[in-house]
Design a protein around this ligand. Structure first.
Ligand code: AR6
Length: 202
């Protein structure tokens, strides 16, 4: 597994302190990697937020992104008229080290039948928005897996499959890097089950 220094070399990550070093990091092929890290610290093109339909800010990763970006981000969000569950909208990133924030609204978990198409929609729309806006690198948090209660293993499966499908399409060729950025070790384990199958290590 290439070390995290690969990501640094490609300016994917910008650690401010040694204790910020992501761990563990797994690079599965040249396009897809898995890190355990604070998504607000990634120096990449687009960071995805796990937002709510009102795009009005909140706790979890949304709170962390809003805090790090500064109050201008919430002001821009307020002009967007909210966002449907299963979709996403894009804004500037203000004080964040990334260039754009993509606010995806995941489902509040109900059943796999009801929720999976919506969760997959978040990934699909976020990836499309990234490409439409000239972003080549994108990081996803574990959308819906916090207060929205989506089971981690099922969410990882849906996320990996949707990214796989997108990268196979012609527009997917315009992306250089998709990072699954998890906060907890348990979430990382779920991704480790599916990523090596869909994206065999190079
Ligand atoms: N970097 C990466 N991942 C993080 C970070 C971080 N800094 N902080 C938390 N996580 P949640 P949801 C992970 O609850 O379930 C908000 O109030 C966390 O461990 O943030 O989609 C919104 O405004 C978890 O795995 O999002 C909505 O109202 C994942 O991010 C609602 O929560 C998502 O957890 C959305 O709920």
């Amino acid at each position: 597994i290439p070390s995290i220094s690969t990501l640094y070399r490609h300016k994917m990550l910008h650690p401010s302190r040694s204790e910020d070093l992501p761990t563990p990091n797994q690079q599965y092929n040249d396009k897809v990697s898995l890190i355990q890290y604070d998504i607000t610290k990634l120096e990449i093109d687009a960071v995805v937020n796990a937002a709510n339909r009102g795009l009005r800010g909140g706790g979890g990763v949304d709170g962390a992104i809003q805090r790090a970006a500064g109050p201008e981000l919430l002001k821009e969000c307020a002009t967007l008229g909210g966002c449907e569950t299963g979709s996403a909208k894009i804004t500037d990133a203000y004080n964040l080290p990334c260039k754009k924030v993509i606010h995806a609204v995941g489902p509040i978990f109900d059943s796999i039948e009801e929720s999976e198409p919506l969760l997959r929609g978040c990934y699909r729309k976020s990836l499309s928005l990234a490409v439409e806006n000239g972003c080549r690198t994108i990081a996803f948090p574990n959308i819906s897996c916090g207060v929205y209660g989506y089971p981690g293993r099922a969410a990882a499966h849906a996320a990996c499959r949707e990214v796989y499908a997108f990268l196979k399409k012609p527009e997917g060729q315009k992306l250089d890097k998709v990072i699954f950025c998890n906060f907890t070790g348990k979430d990382v384990e779920a991704y480790k089950e599916f990523l090596p199958i869909l994206f065999p290590p190079t």
